[in-house]
Design a protein around this ligand. Structure first.
Ligand SMILES: Cc1cc2nc3c(=O)[nH]c(=O)nc-3n(C[C@H](O)[C@H](O)[C@H](O)COP(=O)(O)O)c2cc1C
Length: 186
């Protein structure tokens, strides 16, 4: 199990996934270092009514996306996994070409070079060849591409169940136990 993870929110739709993931990681005793892009903060407020102060109560530490100097930005400081949820196609494209112009992109590029777990949860539709090429390149570099695509085979009746479906898959990849529904056959 991962005891220390980085969670980043960028400017895509899907903030309910972020909130539930942070709540579950806190409940599991996982230390979370959190950073949001400017558009991430705006969409967080729009979709959930929460701001950075609300998030601060769920995590170990929050960071400024414009500050590249905190110790976690260095490859020599260990974190076990990084999750970008939601991940904008803008940020995904930057990471795929090695751009490190913000704390979020720097941390993701470090995760790839240090062979740490990098989980990207993009949400965009439809996808262009440019999006698909960037995702394929990141996948070949070791990132886990986990589009926000909840399944319907457990016959969800509440939005929360769709959120739990996705968060369960993220927790699986971070290595944190959860009790969310899995496919158990007909
Ligand atoms: C309300 C709103 C919703 C958006 N939703 C998405 C989205 O679902 N996926 C996406 O890739 N970009 C989306 N965008 C566009 C990104 O926010 C935009 O590309 C921005 O430059 C991303 O910046 P960041 O990667 O630094 O967070 C949205 C923008 C707004 C204003």
């Amino acid at each position: 199990m991962s005891n220390e993870v980085i969670v980043a929110a960028t400017g895509a739709s899907g903030m309910p996934y972020l909130l539930r993931l942070l709540e579950d990681l806190k409940a599991a005793g996982v230390k979370v270092h959190f950073v949001a892009s400017g558009n991430g903060e705006k969409i967080l407020l729009h979709e959930t009514g929460k701001n950075m102060e609300d998030i601060a109560s769920l995590v170990q530490e929050t960071y400024d996306n414009g500050d590249l100097s905190p110790p976690i930005a260095s490859g020599s400081i260990g974190f076990e996994a990084m999750v970008l949820v939601p991940c904008s196609m803008n940020t995904l494209a930057k990471i795929s070409v090695g751009v490190e112009d913000s704390l979020i992109t720097r941390l993701a590029v470090v995760a790839l070079k240090e062979r740490r777990k990098l989980i990207l949860v993009p949400r965009e539709t439809p996808l262009s060849d440019i999006h698909l090429d960037a995702m394929a390149k990141l996948s070949r570099s070791g990132a886990v591409i986990m589009p926000a695509m909840p399944g319907f085979y457990n016959k969800p009746t509440r939005v929360e169940e769709l959120v739990e479906f996705m968060v369960g898959r993220m927790l699986d990849h971070i290595g944190v136990e959860h009790g969310y529904a899995r496919w158990e056959g007909e």
